[in-house]
Structure formats: structure tokens, C-alpha cells
Design a protein around this ligand. Sequence first.
Ligand code: ASP
Length: 364
Amino acid sequence: MTISRRTFIKASALATVGARISEGRTPVTIRQPVAQRPVVISSSNHVRLEDGTDYYNGIRATKKAFQLLLEGKDTLDAVIAGVNIVEDDPNDISVGYGGLPNEQGEVELDCSVMHGPTGRAGAVAALKYVKNPSRVAKLVMEHTDHVMLVGEGALRFALAYGFQKQNLLTERSRKIWLAWLEQHSDRDDWGPSQVPIIPEPESAEQRWIRQIIAERPTGTINCLALNEKGDLSGVTTTSGLAFKLPGRVGDSPLIGAGLYVDNQIGAAGSTGRGEEVIRTCGAHTVVENMRHGMSPLEACLDALKRIVHFYPGRPDFQVKFYAINKRGEYAGASIWSGAEFAVTDARGSRIEPCVYLYERPKKK
Ligand code: ASP
């Protein structure tokens, strides 16, 4: 399924109201999408395969969650069911089964969930062998007096609740990992021999893998839901930074960093460079900004500015924030242009562009 971006941008522009914000030297008009309940938003999770087929997992997740909201299901159950589709999809190399591994070739998953009506939260980090960390995080929330379990403890807990151990490294992610190992340094013994050989022509698969590892792949899905009554919940689930050091924990499983929900105010989540989001308590900052009167869009942009403030030049990484307030106004914002997010509400499912701080330089 190929989605026409123009259609979605048009749909979103029709349904927005203007707000003026001074960004850098030029004041720009940014648009805060109009309230509509229920609504589900998520990161876009654009999947592109070797054969050129592409689709948006964010659309699949928000559609599923929205459907469940219409059936009267709890907001947290709705977003978890939405992201389960992505966790189960071997083609999405940033989440769950098929997610890219750490530098040792082991898939380690991070996830947090937060339930607005009760204010409860659950999380797992560096969880191996279980493809649905969102379901395990919810069990941590419901069946323990803790908020977060990590590593071996998280795995034992999941097995106790009946999850089966499974190899999460697919053939595709194994090949990408090996290609990364061979190419990331010329000062180790991975990679082809120094002895001159006649190079073979690059196959379509090799080209696809080379393009993937040219930029360190990022991903993750954050999904936020607001039902008709005004209850909110959220989830952020990921395989984390590709080729990370074993045991590295990103922002996604940290309540207040990759996810925060306050049922009186709104919900926020993030994707992108997790270390930066942790340092600035990203999602909590966005929700606090909304508490102090900012719209979701202003709140996300302000939180991004707090990150870039540490970089006198321009940062070479991407961070995206997503937010919904209690009224149903929502936003996606990013440091660099080109980012998108998914929305499903009564008007349908669509991909909308994130509002950004900096225009990405054109590739020469
Ligand atoms: N935020 C995730 C992490 O740092 C990665 C991502 O969203 O791409 O683990």
C-alpha cells in the first residue's frame, strides 16, 4: 500500500487553525490541529522493503486502536493492541520481532505503558526473546508493586506469565547486523580481506542494506489515545538504537522521557535520539508545558528547543515528540524536517507532516 502524502497534508491543513510562533529569524505560521474526540496518534513507522513496497505501520496501529475505542475498550488496551501489530511485524526493523539487535547481535526490547485514568505505569527494558514488551509492561503495571523490570528479571517475569521464548532476530535483521559489523570499522578483522579481489556487482538486497546502515537506523512506535470521555493512555515500544552497547536503555521505557500521561492534561511521547530525550525529561516536559497553557504543538516545539539549546551548532540527530491534550488537539514535531506522524479520528486515518525546527539540507 503506497500512501499519497499530498492527500494527507491537504486533509490536515483543512482541519487546522493558525497560530503564530517566532522560530529563528522568520516568524512562521504553524497550525494546531483542531480538537476531535476520540483520536489516536502515533509515530509514522514507514516501512520500506527491498522490493520497494512501502506502508505505514503507524496507520495500522492507530486504526486498530481507534476501532477498539469505538467499541468502548479501555484506552491502554487500545494502544497496546495497536502497537502489537508493529511488534509482530518482522518487516519493521525498529520494534519487536525483527528489530535490529545490539552490537552483539542480540535483540533487546524497551517499552513503557501509562494508563491515564488510574495514573499507573509499567515498563520493561533490555528484554530479550519476547516480542511483545508492551504486553509485559502492562503486566508489570497490573501485577507488581514496581514500575520497571529490566533484563533477566523482566524475562523471568514474562516467562512466569506464560510468554514463550523466541528468537527475535530475523534473517533480514541478522544480515543487516552482519553488514554493519563488516562495515563500521576498518580497524578490526570484520569485513572482507585486504587482499585485492574483483568486486562483484551489488545485488538489490545489498544496496538496500547499505542504504539502511548508511544512517544509523532509528524507529520505535509511540502511540497515544484519547477516548470520547476524555481518558488518555499511551505506549512506547522499541528495539532501541540499532547496534547499541548491550544493556543500553533508551528513552522509550522511561516514564517521563519516552512517554508521559496525565489524565487531567494530556499525553506525550517521543522517538529518535533517546539519550537527548532522557536528559531533558522529554515527554514530561511536553505535558508540563501543556499544563501551563501551551497547545500540544507549542509544547512539543518548546521541548525540542530545550534539546537543541545544548548544541551551539545544529544537532546531527533527530528527535520527534507527539502530543495530545484533553480536548483532542494533537501534534507531531521534530528537530529536522521530513518527519511525519499518523493520526486516526472520525475523519479517517492519515499521515501528517511534523512541524520542525530546522529544514534538512538537500542531499547533493
Ligand atoms: N528513542 C529510541 C531509543 O533511543 C530510538 C528511536 O526512536 O529510534 O531507544
